[in-house]
Design a protein around this ligand. Structure first.
Ligand SMILES: *Cc1c(COP(=O)(O)O)cnc(C)c1O
Length: 413
């Protein structure tokens, strides 16, 4: 029997390899734009250049100590060693709901209106699978965090990119979206404080979003990863503070940027219970939840007094001022961000005029800064075509390095 079976199969001979072919979906993802810059960066490092990395949005400060202390205890407890399962520990969900009450005066039912995620990126990348059928449209900000589009492609949806323009405060203009797109649109992603533009949403914009979503029957996903990275004491709004927001969508939150916990992989979503239930069903089928010890550390983070994150904000604010004032001293026209740890810089006209033939002026400036100054930054076009003409620098580097970056540019500018 076994022999017969083997004989009937077209068994590949020894040494012959299976042809590995990527799926059409993977092929459809835009090429990873940062590859060329990464290659140049690696070469510079190999050549012994002292690189100042203002490219990546990853806090350089350590996770707060009280959070690490809880993790150190929890990791020894065998009850934390099993599959987490479900949408989060009841204690975690309760802590999320209490945090929302304290910070935003928003009431959330812990059981049905909150859920844990393995980092907010995980939820943002998976939610499409719950609601998108082939050909459904997903409204994505341009420039924007690449995961909104990647999730769309994986679910065989169709992205529609809404330009974020400076004259609109980098908020999308819903009136510019064509009627045939609106008819097919099922999901809308918005993100404030915004990556990469550092824009903050107005209450009016959030209110308009609720009206727009109800009118066209679109689920809203608000990515609030930077809600706690704000300056000058001006705390950004939650979408959940807007009347009717729970009728139309959810909000994603992260521990990464708020508590310097990018490596821990913990986030959460709150809001409309049917939307959360859809996401939970997707997750039940592909992951088994966030490590309980990490959730317990997350609870500790959420229960910290607001003053502990004040210190993080103070550090970023000082760095922001150093970088913005430094760049302005070069004659660059730079807006000082009100939130997020990015400075979104319009390519100075002096550079634009000197490189009129460049295909992408933002990539050209990024290459210039890398090769002439050893500074890594990110071309705006990497976040979408409307990001062309801008570059993004982070303040995730010590003040002395930011000063040094400005000094290096001064020497060649
Ligand atoms: C960093 C970032 C996230 C992801 O955060 P994780 O919780 O670490 O997955 C989500 N959205 C935006 C816009 C971000 O910049």
């Amino acid at each position: 029997m076994v022999y017969a079976l083997r004989a009937s199969c077209n068994v590949k001979s020894k040494g012959e390899k299976v042809k590995i072919e990527l799926s059409d979906k993977l092929k459809k993802l835009p090429p990873y734009l940062f590859i060329e810059i990464d290659k140049m960066k690696k070469k510079a490092v190999a050549d012994g250049v002292d690189i100042i990395n203002l490219g990546i949005g990853d806090p350089d400060l350590p996770t707060l100590k009280p959070v690490i202390d809880v993790m150190a205890r929890e990791i020894y407890k065998p009850e934390n060693h099993q599959y987490p399962l479900g949408s989060g520990l009841p204690d975690f969900k309760k802590a999320v709901s209490e945090w929302y009450k304290e910070r935003y005066n928003v009431n959330l039912d812990p059981a049905s209106e909150t859920m844990a995620l393995i980092g907010s990126k995980e939820g943002i990348g998976h939610i499409h699978l719950a609601f998108i059928n082939p050909g459904d449209v997903v409204l994505c900000p341009d420039p924007g965090y690449p995961v909104y589009n990647a999730g769309t492609v994986f679910a065989e949806g169709e992205p529609y990119f809404m330009p974020l323009l400076q004259e609109n405060g980098f908020m999308p203009d819903y009136t510019k979206i064509p009627a045939d797109i609106l008819k097919r649109a099922k999901l809308l992603f918005i993100n404030y404080p915004n990556n990469p533009t550092a824009a903050v949403a107005t209450r009016k914009f959030f209110e308009d979003t609720v009206v727009f979503a109800k009118k066209h029957n679109i689920i809203v996903c608000h990515d609030a990863a930077y809600s706690e990275v704000y300056y000058d004491g001006q705390r950004p709004l939650s979408f959940m503070q807007i009347d009717g927001s729970k009728d139309v969508g959810i909000e994603f939150h992260s521990f990464s940027k708020t508590f310097n916990m990018t490596g821990w992989r913990l986030g959460y979503a709150v809001g409309n219970k049917e939307v959360l239930a859809g996401l939970a069903t997707v997750k039940e089928n592909i992951d088994s939840g966030a490590f309980h010890a990490v959730q317990r550390a997350g609870i500790a983070a959420l229960k910290l007094p607001a003053s502990s994150t004040d210190e993080i904000r103070a550090v970023y604010q000082k760095r922001r001022d150093t970088l913005v004032e430094g760049l302005r001293s070069l004659g660059w026209n730079v807006e000082s961000p009100k939130a997020a740890f990015y400075v979104w810089i319009k390519v100075p006209s002096k550079f634009r005029n000197a490189n009129a033939e460049a295909k992408s002026i933002s990539s050209e400036l990024v290459k210039y800064l890398l090769t002439k100054c050893g500074i890594v930054s990110t071309p705006g076009v990497g976040f979408g075509s409307s990001g062309e003409g801008y570059i993004r620098m982070t303040v995730c580097a010590p003040e002395a390095r930011l000063k040094e970056a400005v000094d290096r540019i001064k020497k060649v500018w």
